[in-house]
Design a protein around this ligand. Structure first.
Ligand SMILES: [Zn+2]
Length: 294
């Protein structure tokens, strides 16, 4: 039996009082990577963001999704990754056409927006994180420090072939006392600092955790599979077309014969012909009002 290479593992270091999550994306990442034109720096940023979005869903206990979007970062026009609670990931990165030759990087002043949507209650929560030190991992650590008041450590890695992430967080216990022994968090943090990117990307999960934490009494939970998946649908595209208004749609129809929308995440194509467009606005009064008599 082959071990799936797209997974999320949760684990606990009992002695240290630390819980963690390990994510690796292989086929799913190659699918995302293959959908765009990514040079190495942009692929690295996007892969790390996709891995982080999957890592953060490990703590979500409801049906929904979590997305990460980078804003205001120089030549980078768009960087977005999303993971659903049932393990579907998607992502996209786009550079500014005007700055095609500029190297994309995390600029000072850039922000990350982390959005969590609960589909059962139809509620959204959004947090904004500044990218202060030029790397994603430390920006996310700052986010958890502020939002959950728990020490958090994160390592992210990505190549064109794979992306991966490992996160540690101190377990909160009653009365503000941490769950493990006094030196537990310190130890776990120092051990994590010895992890090399190639180990994070390549080692089987059991071997990786054993190599780092073999003295810490590791409890590894069963892997949760991850896969590429897009949440686009004909209904969503219909909503988008409706929001453009009847007139705008009519002018597209007059020019092109049909409205054609291609999803940038999965390349699925949606075609709305004249009858489809008319059906979108069936509840609306006709666009041109009847002339009134004076
Ligand atoms: Zn799609």
């Amino acid at each position: 039996m082959t071990v799936p290479d797209d997974f999320l593992h949760r684990f606990r270091l009992e002695r240290a009082g630390v819980h963690g999550a390990l994510v690796r994306l292989d086929e799913a990442w190659r699918h995302i990577h293959g959908n765009g034109e990514y040079d190495a720096p942009l692929a690295e940023l996007l892969g790390q963001t996709v891995a982080a979005s999957a890592l953060f869903t490990s703590a979500i206990k409801f049906d929904g999704r979590l997305s990460i979007q980078l804003r205001d970062s120089g030549a980078l026009r768009l960087l977005f990754a999303e993971c659903t609670s049932d393990g579907q990931v998607r992502g996209i990165g786009r550079r500014d056409d005007e700055q095609a030759k500029a190297r994309v990087s995390l600029e000072p002043g850039a922000h990350l927006a982390i959005t969590i949507e609960n589909s059962a209650t139809d509620t959204r929560y959004q947090g904004l994180v500044p990218v202060e030190h030029g790397d994603l991992a430390s920006a996310f650590e700052g986010y958890f420090r502020r939002s959950e008041q728990l020490p958090t450590r994160l390592v992210l890695a990505a190549t064109g072939q794979r992306c991966a992430g490992l996160m540690l967080q101190q377990v909160a216990a009653a009365g503000g006392v941490h769950a493990g022994d006094a030196d537990g968090w310190n130890r776990a943090e120092h051990l994590l600092a010895t992890l090399r990117p190639d180990e994070l990307l390549e080692l089987p999960p059991e071997d990786l955790l054993y190599r780092l934490f073999h003295e810490e009494d590791i409890r590894l939970q069963a892997a949760r599979p991850l896969a590429f998946g897009c949440t686009c649908s004909r209904e969503r595209v219909a909503d988008m077309l409706r929001s453009l208004g009847h007139e705008e749609n009519e002018s597209v129809l007059a020019e092109q014969g049909s409205a054609q929308i291609t999803c940038e995440f999965c390349n699925r194509r949606y075609v709305f012909d004249g009858a489809d467009v008319a059906a979108l606005f069936v509840d609306e009064p006709p666009a041109t009002a009847m002339p009134t008599r004076h």
